[in-house]
Design a protein around this ligand. Structure first.
Ligand code: CU
Length: 99
């Protein structure tokens, strides 16, 4: 019984925002670029399920860590990308044309 309580407490703690830095997640996905906004460092990707994160396929806007990542990004292009969850925000850390 104690173990169950401990597991529940840990589960609740990890779900809290205070531990986001500790519980940083990384995922890999594949998708099609729908919009590139270099000025705002944002990219819209219609992506499939993201490996490593509990996320189904959808179209969504991601913040980009480095706007330079968007230099070669083209709307309509199919890409592989990596994303990290940073203080609750989904941040794209790499975008590569799919080979
Ligand atoms: Cu998504």
């Amino acid at each position: 019984m104690k173990k169950l309580i401990l597991a529940t407490a840990l589960f609740l703690a990890l779900g809290g925002t205070g531990l986001d830095a500790f519980a940083q997640m990384m995922g890999k996905g594949e998708g099609e670029i729908r919009k590139v906004d270099k000025e705002a460092s944002k990219i819209t990707i219609k992506h499939g399920p993201i490996e490593g994160m509990d996320m189904p396929g959808m179209t969504m806007v991601f913040q980009v860590r480095d706007p330079g990542l968007l230099d070669k990004a083209k709307v309509g292009e199919t890409v592989n990308f990596t994303v990290t969850k940073d203080s609750g925000a989904m941040v794209v850390t790499s975008v590569e044309p799919k080979k």
